[in-house]
Design a binder for this molecule. Sequence first.
Ligand code: ZN
Length: 160
Amino acid sequence: MQIANNTVVSIHYTLTNDQGEVLDTSRGHEALSYLHGAGNIIKGLEKALSGKAAGDTLTVTIEPEDAYGEYTEEYVQVLPRAAFQNMEDVEAGMQFHADIGFGPQIITILQIDAEGVVVDGNHQLAGEALTFDVEITGVRPASAEELSHGHVHGPGCHHH
Ligand code: ZN
């Protein structure tokens, strides 16, 4: 069956950046299963997979606008030290969930200085063109329950 909205797709993938560095891979793990058309994976990859079938392989490079967005300078902000409860535990490189004015997301601490804590709300892969090497290992219709939840149930489900 072909990949279309409301199918559950299983893929093995290897993700590399512009420099050819491997950022992530499902090889050696369980295949990734997602609900197609529900925004479970980045837009560009979803688009590239539409119409493919189990057994197909593809390599696709996705520009930032269809991946994790362009790097946005405004997302780098200085927070007062008082915003952190345990300042002694805070160090550069730490990541946490927060909402600093543009919706909750993962924030990375860049540096800590006298003025406060410099944080970056950009996704770590913002501004990067991403290349996915994909093998489609399965396509099946989604269940009514999966459709109502907007995600896959069963192996690989992290929502329940
Ligand atoms: Zn569910």
